[in-house]
Structure formats: C-alpha cells, structure tokens
Design a protein around this ligand. Structure first.
Ligand code: PLP
Length: 353
C-alpha cells in the first residue's frame, strides 16, 4: 500500500514531558486520514495533526455513527517496535462497524495504516518500562445532510499519543442498580462513541457520591455483573479466575482475552460465566473473594479495593506483588518488552524501513 506522508515543518516533540506523560495528554506530530466514498476506501494520507474541514451537518454528529479502537505500540528491550494484537483489534472493529451499519475496512488497510503512522512518528514512542504509544483509530460518518439515514461517506482517522505507566490507585466502585450501560441486543459489545456518552452521567453521579467507577450490572434485573466503567472485570474466587461471560452487552476486550490465555499458561483455573452480585456479597462474607480488578488496554490492570453493594462497603484484601493481577500484569509486560518469549504471537512487528 502506498501511503503518502506530508511531514510536519516543526516537530512538537520538544514540548513533551516524557517523564510525566499521563494518559492522552499529548497527540503526536502526524495523523492518518482515509476517506470512504463511492462505496470504497480511498488511499490513506499521513499529514501533520490538525484540523479537518467538515460541515456541522455530518451525520455522525447527529445520529452517532462513530466507532473506535484503542491499542498500544511498544518499543522492546532490543529497540524493535511492535503493536499488541492488531489483528484481534481489527476483528472487533469489524463487529463494531457492522453493528453501526458502517463499511468494513480490510485488515491490510488497517494494519498498514497503523504501521505507516507509527513509522512517521517513531521518535514519539516512549521506551521506559510501562510506557507506550497509544493508537486511536476512529471511523465516523461524514456525509453532510440532515435526513436520518445511514451515511454514504466516512473518514478513518488514526491518532497516536505517548502514554506513561498507569499508576492507578486502587479504586472504590459501586454496583450500579439504577442506570444501565448496555442491554442485551443493544450496542454494548461494539466500541461505539455513544456507549461512552451515555455512561458519563451515571459515572459522574457515582463520582459525586465518592466512588471512582461504577460496576455495571445487567439491564433486566441488575443481578449480574457486566463490566467496570470502560474495562472488563475479573475476580479471584477461591484461587480461580472468574469473569463475566461475553454477551451482547459486554465488550470483548483484548486484555481480557490475553489475561484468560495467560491464566491458563500459569496453571490458574478460569471460569467465564455469569457472576451475580449475590455471589460477590457471599464471597466477601466467607472470605473466598480475594481479588477484583478491571482490565483494559489503557491501565492493563486496575485494582479494585472496595465494592459498594446496595449502600454497604465491602473491602478486598490489600493487593500485593504475589497477587494474580500483579503477576499477570508483569507477565504481559514481559512479553511486550521481549523479556519473555511471545509464544502466542501477540506482538506484531512494525517495519521501520
Ligand atoms: C475498550 C473497552 C474495554 C477494554 O478492551 P481492551 O481491548 O482490553 O482495551 C472494555 N470495556 C469497554 C466498554 C471498552 O470500551
């Protein structure tokens, strides 16, 4: 694929505090844009990051056809650059696009675009342990008209951002018994923009009540756990790794899938099944629930310290280096950094010409 590159005149990299990156605070010098029109994707172009001319009538703004992905590229101990499991992210993107009546994008166009953009901004990839270049592909409807319809035109845009290690404090979460993120048959399994917009209000209410996040439950009965904020959620019960089974209201996280595979490699029994709120409560009471954590690309693992069930706080034992979540986080990091063999072929090598 021939991707043209118009380089920035003056790089912004000297304004980046690489010791203090945080998450998503900086956008790298270049972006990639490809247009979809006349029923096909056109050649992508890499240009300096900046504004894109669009009218306020583009259909994504009014009717929500917008889906995205979130991935990371790493520089390993040998200086090689790889993207973590881009094929699997691409497969999920296809499911999101289909659900939102948006055109598919080929794996070649997707991965070649990511690689070309990473190569253009290779100096932006942090190389300290736990840091990465976050990759944000987004596809949105750009046909300019007001009638309610499926758009005939789209843009595929990729942005990248150097991100630091996520030193997340253990969080306090609340089992959500009033609001709903996603219902069976809805769009919960798709990484679409609207799922986030709709979750802001309940998350903000929870924040004002002193919680960091909500633990979403099923839409019908509020009896079973779905996800934690915008992360999948996992528990350790009696030495077993337990996570809610996928459904149309749960996003199929790549981190979730990777951790389930590593649990098997580590000889930890795992169960993908419905997890009820009652079971969590019983697990706190009989001491069999020893860990709870969110999993996702951004933080990898986010320790849950407290779960509030129907107004009552239940606390987990303090997380230590020997916990499953810390061991699996280290293992994942070692695979990405090249400290451990990548037996599942998760690292996709980025050619840097
Ligand atoms: C992106 C996302 C996740 C995590 O998926 P990863 O592929 O592991 O990053 C989990 N839940 C929701 C709702 C998400 O949007």
């Amino acid at each position: 694929m021939n991707i043209s590159v118009e380089r920035i005149k003056q790089s912004k990299i000297s304004s980046v505090d690489f010791k203090n990156l945080g998450f998503g605070n900086y956008i790298s010098d270049h972006m990639l844009v490809a247009n979809y029109k006349n029923s096909q994707w056109q050649q992508p172009q890499i240009t300096p990051f900046g504004e894109i001319p669009m009218t306020p009538a583009i259909l994504s703004l009014h009717y929500g056809q917008s889906v995205f992905e979130g991935m990371k590229a790493f520089k390993n101990i040998k200086g090689e650059v790889s993207i973590f499991r881009p094929q699997r992210h691409h497969q999920r993107l296809l499911r999101s696009l289909e659900r939102m009546c948006m055109p598919a994008i080929s794996e070649a166009l997707f991965i070649d675009s990511l690689c070309a953009l990473i190569a253009a901004d290779v100096s932006w990839i942090p190389d300290t342990e736990g840091s990465a270049l976050y990759l944000r592909p987004v596809i949105f409807a750009t046909e300019s008209r007001l009638g309610v319809k499926i758009s005939d035109e789209y843009k595929f845009v990729v942005l990248t951002s150097p991100v630091g290690p996520y030193f997340a404090k253990p969080v306090r979460v609340k089992v959500e018994e009033q609001y709903v993120r996603a219902a069976e048959g809805g769009t919960g399994f798709a990484k679409c923009a609207g799922n986030y917009g709709g979750a802001f209000y309940p998350a903000e209410q929870a924040r004002q009540a002193g919680f960091d996040q909500v633990l979403w439950t099923d839409a019908k009965e509020h009896k079973y756990i779905d996800e934690s904020g915008a992360m999948n959620v996992m528990f350790v019960f009696d030495g077993k790794l337990v996570t809610p089974q996928l459904s149309s209201s749960i996003l199929d996280g790549v981190t979730r899938s990777s951790i389930l595979t590593l649990a098997y490699d580590m000889g930890i029994p795992k169960e993908e099944r419905k997890v009820s709120v009652a079971e969590l409560k019983a697990g706190f009471e009989n001491g069999k629930l020893t860990e709870a954590f969110g999993v996702g690309t951004a933080a990898v693992v986010s320790t849950i310290a407290t779960i509030n069930i129907s107004g009552k706080d239940y606390s987990l034992p303090t997380d230590t280096n020997s916990s499953f979540q810390q061991r699996v986080k280290k293992k994942l990091n070692d695979i990405r950094m090249g400290n451990e063999p990548d037996i599942h072929n998760w690292n996709y090598n980025v050619p840097l010409q």
